[in-house]
Design a protein around this ligand. Structure first.
Ligand code: ADP
Ligand code: MG
Ligand code: ZN
Length: 494
């Protein structure tokens, strides 16, 4: 069924569950370090291994981050809440229960405004944000898919077990129609930017520190009762969020249109095909036999603490975008281009190092964006710092580099030859600003092309271009073209 046909017949409803790993120093309930990529099973202790007799202790910074996230999402913060045990068996969860929160989350009833491509805003309501812990990781070895079926054996790494997680759950998102996939992506993008601004997580979807499950259902157009939802897991990039929602809408519409029913289940998103496949039938909450965690005291954040944390909130990304747009004098389109390029932060950092917004922008969106593109990396992953870019801009402004030389300097920095000053030194890229040397080069070029000199004298000033070219060539591009032009006119007597 094609997408237009889906929308003629059905209305989508979305629900997004985002798990974010906090970048605290230690785990949620023990003192083990939180570190990505460590040797397997080196960041563990009796508590996060679930050994009998061990007892958890709550990480205060974890609670603080949860409250700050709740506040940034316009949530109410519970006066009193507690942890709950979510019981299930899974090999990467050594306690056989996950310490989570159930009916008493720390934050609830919030919203996040999400901007779409066309500049319009959709308000996504937040059901709750609660604290929990991550599981370990299973590695299935021997099969072709990396999944357990067909594998010869499995390895378990408990380093991630007990890493603080915040789960942020939206209320059902309705009325988005054809824009449902875009809204899903825009929401996760906005949430990621917000969490990054809060500095509570490194929000790397590729490394699993930000993970999204996308719930999708359809209801016949014109009705209001929600259909049965599926929950697609494993959606590991922003693009995948959009694709997964769109795929599920189309798949479910085909099932419903042919008289079938949707099974409430988890589904698995496959990046390579862009399709989803059935996982396990969805448990109900009874299956988890939740009960209050007896080993941890309840959490009752004082209102004073909550207000203190509110005062630590940074400028929100949407407000920052508006401020930057005004300060840098950008049209909506220009701002959107910078956002799409991921260039705002590096430009802002370059401006903070003393460059003008216009010049900082010119460097990052042209030369450096091309460079990042050809290397297949983000702008902030290029081996050149905003500080170095600001230094190059200053060298040009001070007349020590021409634009052309500046490009060589940047190339040198990108090639790992050192700071701009070092590259200038090593590559010998100083502008020839010695007037007598320049004058001599101009005289020489004029003498070599007497016909051009005649033209200039007879008023055809644009003929000077040929001489400028000759002088630039003679000085290996290290002359200031504007000064050369002035000298040519002077020496030609016009
Ligand atoms: P679960 O325990 O299944 O993970 P959650 O309450 O954590 O359930 O999350 C379910 C998500 O799905 C929420 O974002 C909720 O708003 C959303 N949701 C609930 N019902 C529907 C539905 N019929 N269609 C789409 N989304 C739904
Ligand atoms: Mg959930
Ligand atoms: Zn531990």
């Amino acid at each position: 069924m094609d997408y237009d046909e889906v929308l003629e017949n059905y209305d989508p409803v979305l629900g997004l569950e985002v798990h974010v790993e906090l970048s605290t120093h230690t785990k949620m309930f023990c003192g083990c370090p939180v570190a990505f990529g460590a040797e397997p099973n080196t960041q563990v202790c009796p508590t996060c291994l679930g050994l009998p007799g061990s007892l958890p202790v709550v990480n205060e910074t974890g609670v603080e981050s949860a409250i700050r996230i709740g506040l940034a999402l316009n949530c109410e913060i519970a006066e009193w809440c507690r942890f709950a045990r979510k019981n299930y068996f899974y090999p990467d969860m050594p306690k056989n229960f996950q310490t989570s929160q159930y009916d008493e989350p720390i934050a609830f009833n919030g919203w996040l405004d999400v901007e779409l491509e066309d500049g319009s805003t959709v308000r996504v309501e937040i059901e709750r944000a609660h604290m929990e812990e991550d599981t370990g990781k299973s590695l299935h070895v021997g099969g072709s898919t990396g999944r357990i079926h067909g594998a010869d054996f499995s390895l378990l790494d408990y380093n991630r077990a007990g890493v603080p997680l915040i789960e942020i759950v939206t209320k059902p998102i309705t009325g988005t129609r054809e824009r449902a996939p875009e809204v899903a992506r825009a929401y996760v993008t906005a949430l990621r930017d917000l969490l990054r601004a809060l500095e509570v997580s490194d929000v790397r979807m590729d490394q699993g520190s930000l993970r999204c499950d996308a719930n999708v259902s359809l209801m016949p157009r014109g009705t209001t009762e929600f259909g049965t939802r599926t929950e697609t897991k494993n959606v590991n990039s922003l693009r995948s969020v959009e694709r997964a929602v769109r795929y599920e809408m189309t798949r479910q519409a085909a099932v419903l249109a042919s008289g079938g029913t949707i099974r409430q289940e988890t589904r698995h998103f496959d990046e390579s095909t862009g399709s989803t496949s059935a996982g396990r039938a969805k448990e109900t909450s009874e299956d988890y036999r939740y009960f209050p965690e007896p080993d941890l005291v309840p959490i009752a954040p004082s209102r004073q603490w909550v207000e203190d944390l509110r005062s630590t909130l940074p400028e929100m990304p949407s407000a920052r975008r508006k401020r930057i747009q005004a300060e840098w004098n950008l049209s909506d389109l220009e701002l959107r281009d910078l956002l799409n390029l991921g260039a705002v932060d590096v430009i802002a950092a370059t401006v903070a190092e003393g460059a003008s917004p216009a010049e900082a922008r010119a460097w990052w969106v042209s030369h450096l964006a091309q460079e990042a593109n050809s290397r297949g990396v983000e702008l902030d992953e290029l081996p050149i710092s905003p500080r170095a870019v600001a230094d190059v801009i200053k060298l040009v402004a001070d007349g020590l580099l021409t634009n052309k030389l500046a490009r060589s300097v940047v190339e040198g920095v990108l090639a790992g030859e050192g700071s701009p000053a070092e590259v200038v030194e090593q590559r010998g890229l100083k502008v020839v600003s010695d007037e007598s040397a320049l004058t001599a080069a101009v005289d020489e070029a004029l003498a070599a092309q007497p016909d051009v000199l005649e033209k200039i004298r007879s008023g055809k000033v644009q003929a000077a271009g040929a001489i400028v070219g000759a002088v630039m060539k003679a000085t290996k591009g290290q002359a200031d073209a504007k000064r050369v032009r002035e000298l040519i006119l002077e020496r030609s007597g016009v």
